[in-house]
Design a binder for this molecule. Structure first.
Ligand code: NDP
Length: 245
């Protein structure tokens, strides 16, 4: 069993939900964060009924104040934060020429600023303890760009650069690990944020929803990074369906 405390954003569905469940099964205490309280409550109850340790806090990652409150609550309840998993993300993609500026801003706010708020909220306590692990969820879209995923891809490139830059900046004094997880197509609710009919048709035609891996496959990769000895830093994992281009 792993004696650690982990905060997971976006724990109300998909990859975050599966990760919380898997970490808790391995003895890790989990603090669940997202906006939908009913889902967080249900997951907390499931974990606790199965013998795990969990709590939750309704949190919007676009608010730095709420992220700080999330870290404070974790410290208050569980005494430390060993791991932060910046997983919350949205993907309301559309072709750039359609000028969906509100959606661009939302993706920047959740996918980039949310990650930065998490880092800023958790670094002081990790630096104080000279120990910690920040895990950011990017995407294969963080390595390439295919319209209509331009803005989404830009946010995931930013997450990749921020993660690697943070790793270098914290060297060599701080014993704080960083891990970037970049999934390919995973079967979750993420695609529900796509509203544009042209894009939905394109996604159906390319068949990417027909070859997906599961949230558990991503959770496994996250657990692998966490369970390494503290001198071993797993920095970068790309994990996608074998049949994905
Ligand atoms: P889901 O839509 O299932 O989960 C997204 C999670 O983010 C939800 O729990 C949602 O909770 C939360 N969230 C969204 N906005 C906010 C916000 N403002 N504040 C707090 N939480 C928020 O999708 P996935 O599980 O697939 O996505 C998880 C991560 O994985 C994302 O970063 C995504 O970009 C990335 N990813 C996913 C891939 C896939 O194919 N599914 C591929 C590559 C990367 P709530 O609405 O309750 O707040």
């Amino acid at each position: 069993m792993i004696d650690k405390v982990a905060i997971i954003t976006g724990a109300s569905s998909g990859i975050g939900h599966a990760t919380a469940t898997m970490l808790a099964k391995n003895g890790i205490t989990v603090m669940l964060a997202a906006r939908r309280e009913d889902r967080l409550q249900q997951l907390r109850d499931e974990i606790v009924n199965n013998g795990g340790k969990a709590s939750y806090k309704v949190t919007d990652v676009t608010s730095y104040d709420q992220m700080k409150e999330l870290v404070d609550k974790t410290l208050h309840h569980f005494g430390k934060v060993d791991v932060l998993i910046n997983n919350a993300g949205i993907m309301p993609i559309s072709y750039m020429r359609k000028l969906k500026v509100d959606d661009w801003n939302r993706m920047i706010d959740v996918n980039i600023k949310g990650v930065l708020h998490g880092i800023a909220a958790v670094l002081p306590t990790m630096q104080e303890r000279n120990e910690g692990h920040i895990i950011n969820i990017s995407s294969v879209a963080g390595y390439e760009v295919y319209p209509p995923r331009v803005l989404y891809s830009a946010t995931k490139h930013a997450v990749r650069i921020i993660t690697e830059g943070l790793r270098k900046e914290l060297l060599p004094e701080e014993n704080i690990r960083t891990t970037l997880i970049s999934p390919g197509s995973v079967d979750t609710e993420l695609v529900d944020s796509v509203k544009d009919e042209d894009v939905l048709n394109m996604i159906r035609e390319e068949g990417s929803l027909d070859r997906t891996i599961s949230s558990d496959d991503i959770a496994n990769a996250i657990l692998y990074a966490i369970r390494q000895p503290s001198a071993v830093s797993v920095n970068d994992i790309i994990i996608r369906p074998t049949a994905q281009r």
